[in-house]
Each structure stands twice: as structure tokens, then as C-alpha cells.
Write a protein that binds this ligand. Structure first.
Ligand SMILES: O=C(O)CCC(=O)C(=O)O
Ligand SMILES: [Fe+2]
Length: 179
């Protein structure tokens, strides 16, 4: 807090720092993760997801699924006793979908048939995670998988998540698609 105000600049610079640190390690992905490019990926993805539901390619876009995107940078310091803690607790994303850029440290795990399965980092790859809103809209044909981040002896680990979650001022009611 700064004079009673939230120190938003610290969060903001952390986010930029995270993106820059990843880009320093993998300069080839710089063009993948600008805000404009992420909106393009979002539009391509939502078309594919619409088609996956046998809908018109623009159907989900018409529900404003890609209208708003929030970027959050994560910084997980190296941990001397990783088994005693977690980098990020178990959750599902309350979004339509999330595009995630992670560095090469690893630690992200998804819950699959009651087992935690690690996501091996692939240099330059963006990871797409279905969120709760898309699970509801798709009538559970797409699943919003629970995930967590384990702490690592090595680090820091850095990731940047781009959350596509509709407009903050949206008053639209979402419900499962009729079959
Ligand atoms: O840091 C990660 O790999 C995952 C972060 C995450 O799950 C989130 O921001 O919702
Ligand atoms: Fe998440």
C-alpha cells in the first residue's frame, strides 16, 4: 500500500519483467506474446473450439468469449524444501480459456483421473487451458481441468498467463448450449 493506495505498479512491473525474462531466454517467442498477437491467437482458438462443438466458427466469438484479456505474470522463487510447499495451489481457471507461456523450469501439473500429471515445458510453445466458463457453455464437452504449480529447488520459475474472461462490465448471462 502507498498512502492508502494499492501499489499496482509493482504488480505491473513484475508482469513486464516476467515476460521480458522469458523473452531473454527465448527471443524467438517475442512475436508470440505481444498483446495484439495474443488476441489473434484467441480469435483463432475460439474459432477452432466453436468448430469442435459443431457450431459456426464465429459462434463463441459472438458470445464475447475473446473480448477481454487480462495478463498476469507469475514469479516462483527457487525453494530449498519444495516438498513442504506449493508454488500455486490447486484451482481451475474462472475464464473461457487461458493461454500460458512458461519458461523451461517446469512445475505445472494437471489433475487427470485423480493423478497429478506434469506439463513438460516445450520451448516457444503456448499452452491452452480450458476455463470454467467454457466448460459451462459447452455443456461439459470441454473440461476445465484442475491444476497447480509445484515448487522447485531450481529457479526462479516464470510464467505469464493470459486470461480470456469476457468484459468486466458484461451483464450477459451465460448458460449451457442447447444440443
Ligand atoms: O504458472 C503457471 O504455470 C500456472 C499459473 C496458473 O495456473 C494461473 O495463473 O491460473
Ligand atoms: Fe490457472
Amino acid at each position: 500500500m502507498l498512502n492508502g493506495r494499492t501499489a499496482w505498479s509493482a504488480e505491473c512491473s513484475l508482469q513486464i519483467l516476467s515476460t521480458l525474462k522469458i523473452c531473454q531466454k527465448h527471443p524467438e517467442i517475442l512475436c508470440l506474446c505481444t498483446r495484439d498477437t495474443l488476441f489473434v491467437w484467441g480469435d483463432i482458438l475460439i474459432e477452432l473450439l466453436s468448430e469442435g462443438l459443431r457450431l459456426h466458427p464465429q459462434h463463441l466469438k459472438g458470445l464475447d468469449c475473446t473480448k477481454n484479456m487480462v495478463n498476469i505474470g507469475h514469479y516462483y522463487p527457487a525453494c530449498p524444501e519444495p516438498e513442504l510447499t506449493l508454488g500455486g495451489g490447486k484451482h481451475s481457471d474462472p475464464t473461457f480459456f487461458t493461454i500460458l507461456l512458461q519458461d523451461d523450469i517446469g512445475g505445472l501439473q494437471f489433475l487427470h483421473h485423480n493423478c497429478w500429471v506434469g506439463v513438460t515445458p516445450v520451448p516457444g510453445a503456448l499452452l491452452v487451458n480450458i476455463g470454467d466458463l467454457l466448460q459451462v457453455i459447452s455443456n461439459e464437452r470441454f473440461k476445465s481441468a484442475e491444476h497447480r504449480v509445484v515448487a522447485n529447488l531450481t529457479g526462479p520459475r516464470i510464467s505469464v498467463a493470459s486470461f480470456f474472461s469476457g468484459s468486466k462490465t458484461c451483464t450477459r448471462l451465460y448458460s449451457p448450449l442447447k444440443n
